[in-house]
Design a protein around this ligand. Structure first.
Ligand code: ADP
Ligand code: MG
Length: 704
């Protein structure tokens, strides 16, 4: 009891505390429970502690999943602090490439992707007593898959009369549409944490109109609104919703300047709020910075948090009275036109807009400044977002499921099934990479691929590099591709020019021939330097990105080393320089991201059957060199005014010649022109790939 008290002196009393006993009783009583409570009611930080204090942890760990990495890290840190233990001991976290847990860990926060990987090794999750699927309303792809896997496990337990291991599941959501989750788990009980928000006044700023939907300029608008709030409105912190790291940093830069200018203008200062403390928040934010967003500002200082959607429901920041909503979010979507996953800035949904506004009314009445107008809200914002499973590529997930022995991926227990077309596309991709065979079974190569926390294509490039003997060049690149863009591009002025020159110099150092080797050079140069952090600063490179890449590199090296020790590891010695071997390994991983320059102009056509028109991104070292190029592969595309390929490498046709037939049963002799690939999806795709789904025999092996 004394323990409980001291804890609450740190975590002030939250709405959920009134229901501790009820919730624990519910969890004891039923195998599954849905808990609904508005953001900040204490679900994520408190509920696992309730269960820990009750008996649950005697039978295994309490695992809590989060769709976002930052949330897992910061919440674990908070709970460790509340429980007065060292992070990594009783309370730990695990996110991709970063495991901070130990033998003692009882409460483990992790990304949903990490738990998915644990299922690969142990489908019974025997180390756990309870799994808490948090932020279920976000409907992230991996959380959705976890739903299905948990259901499967339950069905297995029902059949198993011995009942050795009984796992419980708690689903937590910040929105009220919990019926679906409950129904999924056999209409399990729902616990609603009562509570309400203070009124939030909506202010439509009329700056973004329906016609701006394709090209909104919300950064400068957001700055204007923030400065107006700061000068006109009484105390209370500000939370700005933008869409991504680069623009958040840009916006913060401008805000720093503006607030400095303001310090000289005595006339506009509110005597109670003298200055503005500007804090960026985004997914790849370094851990040291995270804690600052939660600490209350000094008296007289107004906090202004500039965040991605992460501050929507994943992180609860106290003291927010003003929300500035851009109305947009950056979203990964599969684009059927190009056949690629693209990061796109799209309007948020109406329910998301309501969530964002709610952040202003947690502890007192607040205001939400919507940069858009009412028409934009009515016409451009959908009611709800499509769940990720229905809009992104499923390649990794399908490989994971198949590796767990779930062969018939069409009949898996989906909360909302993805379109069949998308599953077929994933199977096709896996077939391209030789991860599955014609009958849809995971191949020996597929078993190697699934061990990497990387997309299958990149994992395949890693394995090829091991097999060709150029892993020293490729592994750093794979690591650099796994972190966010490391190139700092200042918003304007002299610094922008300087940064550009620095980046050009680095590209030149790398040989100036492709963007992948520029990444390699950044990795090597910073690693060799006496002070990598300083080197990065001087070269306009994000040190934290590089630092992360250094650690990822070691982990990838570890996996590859283990694999190459096995006699079964595929080995293929090729003639050629290291640089050529590197490019060939890249081809093995990205041959489905291949484009050929059109006969005229700067545009390229993708050659994977979609034949979409794409361009080289202006940040590429090959931008402006298009006339010299023929075939290129690329890492990803971004879609702004055009579809741009980012991180590009020229390749020889002879390197991909043997790979391309896998992409489409094309008559290669006619590959001299570009129009031969039809825009239409192959009508027989279904039939051709039917076996990949697992036929009769496969469906009977599916666990009921
Ligand atoms: P919910 O999951 O219901 O949205 P949380 O458990 O995340 O609620 O938050 C409960 C309280 O804990 C909030 O007041 C929030 O500000 C605080 N909190 C959460 N994470 C941290 C952190 N890393 N540092 C400080 N306070 C935190
Ligand atoms: Mg939460």
């Amino acid at each position: 009891m004394a323990e409980r008290k001291s804890k609450k002196s740190i975590a002030r009393r939250l709405p959920i505390h009134d229901f501790q006993d009820d919730i624990v009783a519910d969890v004891r009583r039923s195998k599954a429970l849905v808990v609904v409570g508005y953001t900040g009611s204490g679900k994520t930080t408190q509920l696992p502690q309730f269960l820990y204090e009750a008996v649950c942890s005697k039978h295994g760990m309490i695992g809590v999943t989060q769709p976002r990495r930052v949330a897992a890290l910061s919440v674990a840190a908070r709970v460790a602090q509340e429980m007065k233990c060292t992070l990594g001991r009783e309370v730990g976290y695990q996110v991709r490439f970063d495991d901070c847990t130990s033998q003692d860990t009882q409460i483990k926060y992790m990304t949903d992707g990490c738990l998915l990987r644990e299922f690969l090794d142990d489908r019974e999750l025997s180390r756990y007593s309870v799994i808490i699927l948090d932020e279920a309303h976000e409907r992230s792809l991996d959380t959705d898959i976890l739903f299905g896997l948990m259901k499967e496990k339950f069905l297995r337990e029902e059949e198993d009369s011995v009942r050795r291991h009984q796992l419980k599941v708690v689903v937590m959501s910040a929105t009220l549409d919990s019926g679906k989750f409950s129904k999924f788990f056999n209409s399990c009980p729902v616990f609603e944490i009562p509570g309400k928000l203070f009124p939030v006044k909506d202010v439509y700023c009329n700056m973004i109109k329906p016609e701006d939907v394709k090209n909104p300029s919300y950064c400068s608008q957001a700055v204007r609104v923030v400065m107006d709030i700061h000068t006109d409105q009484p105390q209370g912190d500000i939370l700005v919703f933008l869409t991504g790291q680069a623009e958040i940093e840009k916006t913060c830069d401008i805000l720093y300047k503006k607030s400095e200018e303001l310090d000289y203008r005595e006339d506009v200062r509110d005597p109670d709020v003298t200055s503005l403390l500007i804090l960026p928040v985004y997914g790849s934010m370094p851990t040291e910075q995270q804690q600052r967003i939660f600490s209350p500002a000094d008296s007289g200082v107004r906090k202004c948090i500039v965040a991605t959607n992460i501050a929507g429901t994943s992180l609860t920041i106290d003291g927010i009275r003003y929300v500035v909503d851009s109305g947009f979010v950056k979203q990964l979507s599969y684009n059927p036109r190009t056949g690629l996953d693209t990061l796109q800035v799209v309007p948020i949904s109406k329910s998301e807009a309501i969530q964002r506004a709610g952040r202003a009314g947690r502890t007192a009445p607040g205001r939400c400044y919507r940069l858009y107008n009412r028409e934009f809200y009515d016409q451009c914002m959908p009611e709800d977002m499509l769940p990720e499973i229905q809009r992104t590529s499923l390649t990794s997930v399908v490989l994971s499921l198949k590796s767990m022995g779930i062969h018939n991926v069409l009949r898996f227990h989906y909360l909302d099934p993805p379109e069949e077309r998308m599953l077929l596309e994933a199977l096709k991709q896996l077939f391209y990479f030789d991860a599955i065979d014609r009958s849809g079974r995971v191949t020996p190569l597929g078993r190697l691929l699934v061990q990497y926390p990387l997309p299958p294509g990149l994992a395949r490039a890693v394995i090829s590099s091991g097999s060709h003997g150029c892993q020293d060049l490729l592994l750093p690149i794979a690591a650099m591709l796994s972190v966010e863009n490391v190139f700092i591009r200042p918003a304007e002025g002299k610094k922008q020019v300087e940064a550009q020159q620095c980046h050009q110099r680095l590209a030149h150092l790398a040989g100036g021939s492709n963007d992948f080797t520029t990444l390699l050079t950044v990795f090597q140069k910073s690693k060799e330097s006496d002070s990598p952090a300083r080197w990065c600063r001087e070269n306009y490179i994000h040190w934290r990105g590089v630092k992360m890449a250094l650690s990822i590199h070691q982990q990838l090296q570890g996996i590859l080393d283990k694999q190459t020790q096995s006699a079964d590891f595929p080995r293929q010695k090729l003639a050629g320089s290291q640089s050529e071997l590197l490019r060939r390994a890249l081809c093995d991983g990205f041959f489905n991201h291949i484009a050929r320059r059109s006969a005229t102009g700067r545009s390229f056509r993708t050659m994977d059957g979609h034949a979409s028109t794409v361009f080289i991104h202006p940040s590429s070292v090959l931008f402006g060199e298009e006339a010299q190029l023929d075939w290129v592969i690329f890492h990803e595309v971004v879609w702004t005014s055009k579809v741009y390929m980012r991180t590009v490498c020229p390749v020889r046709y002879s390197w991909v010649q043997d790979l391309l037939p896998k992409l489409h049963q094309l008559d290669l002799s006619s590959l001299s022109g570009c129009q031969l690939i039809s825009d239409e999806p192959t009508p027989t795709a279904q039939d051709v790939h039917k076996p990949l789904l697992g036929g009769q025999e496969a469906s009977s092996s599916l666990i009921p």
